[in-house]
Write a protein that binds this ligand. Structure first.
Ligand SMILES: NC(=O)c1ccc[n+]([C@@H]2O[C@H](COP(=O)([O-])OP(=O)(O)OC[C@H]3O[C@@H](n4cnc5c(N)ncnc54)[C@H](OP(=O)(O)O)[C@@H]3O)[C@@H](O)[C@H]2O)c1
Length: 286
């Protein structure tokens, strides 16, 4: 099938491009090609390509920056207005829209620790709010016949994208820190699931190939853990002696609040493997 990937040099986008190129005709775009907020450029690309599928990996992901009023405007443009426009274009040009959202749409404040695809979001921070607004824009168009997969995921890790601003993942940061320090402090809260980008890309490809029903999907590796648990697992796999001390989220000065619990339950499709297996593979490939 003919597939456009937006944000194709980012962390997830680059893995999608690698996975999907085997079976599909891909058109991969990133910031250097055109600004997705330039509507005439976006329209021009879609009109010329006439894709059957468009996968949107563009987002404003700087969680703490979103608390800043000015930067929140950028977050809204990319996380809400862009998916709204893509949904309109999907209806107009009859393509399947695949869009990613986050566990941060859930507050994780109540007694509820795990969230199904049907649970109602209630974001705690401005990043989560912007992503939730984007979800609503897509869902609003569903009754008009929109073909869509709205995929929530969490704590991405994997090979770093080649975009100039691609961010290192948590495990990359921990590994780098451990080169200089023998003791690390890591938040022992924010229980959720790590997700290996090649596994998420493969699971997305399965949604396409199986012609899964349109709707919301939760795609994460299995095994809910805190950041602290993840760091312990990393150094155990690396057989590296590092003292990891647990701290609370409040011990860090961060503008945005994080959900204490945001475990995404995948109730709809084949579960992804445990994150420990994926992390072992990632480390072996480094
Ligand atoms: N990272 C996580 O842990 C996480 C967790 C849950 C959900 N998600 C969701 O997963 C999806 C993919 O995230 P990711 O971490 O792979 O993102 P990423 O690495 O930041 O990739 C986003 C890509 O979009 C490009 N882009 C940004 N603004 C653009 C614009 N105006 N025009 C054209 N291209 C633009 C970026 O280019 P530049 O690098 O030049 O800005 C980058 O290459 C997002 O929807 C995100 O919300 C991520």
């Amino acid at each position: 099938m003919k597939i456009i990937i937006l944000g194709g040099l980012g962390n997830l986008g680059s893995q999608l491009a690698q996975t999907l190129e085997r079976d599909h005709e891909l058109l991969v775009f990133d910031r250097a090609d055109f600004d997705v907020l330039d509507d005439s450029a976006l329209l021009n690309v879609i009109q010329n390509a006439r894709p059957e599928i468009l996968i949107n990996c563009v987002a404003y992901n700087a969680v703490d920056n979103c608390e800043d009023k000015k930067l929140y405007e950028t977050a809204l443009a990319l996380n809400c207005e862009l998916p709204a426009r893509l949904a309109q274009l999907a209806l107009q040009f009859n393509f399947l829209l695949i869009h990613y959202s986050t566990d941060y749409v859930f507050s994780g404040l109540e007694t509820k620790k795990e969230f199904s695809e049907n649970d109602t979001p209630n974001p705690l921070n401005k990043y989560g709010e912007s992503k939730f607004l984007g979800e609503q824009e897509i869902l609003k168009q569903a009754p008009s016949g929109l073909k869509y997969y709205l995929i929530r995921t969490s704590k991405l890790f994997g090979p770093q994208g080649s975009s100039p601003q691609a961010k290192p993942s948590f495990f990359d940061i921990m590994f780098k820190l451990s080169q200089d320090k023998k003791e690390l402090t890591v938040v022992n809260e924010e229980l959720s699931c790590f997700t290996y980008t090649p596994d998420l890309a493969a699971a997305t490809a399965r949604l396409i190939s199986s012609k899964a029903v349109y709707g919301i999907y939760h795609l994460v590796n299995e095994g809910a853990v805190t950041w602290y648990d993840g760091a312990l697992e990393l150094f155990q796999l690396l057989k590296q002696k590092v003292t990891v001390r647990p701290i609370r989220g409040e011990d860090l000065t961060r503008p945005a609040r994080r959900p204490k619990f945001s475990v995404l339950q995948n109730n709809k499709v084949k579960k992804l493997r445990p994150y420990q297996e994926a992390l072992r593979e990632y480390l072996n490939n480094l």
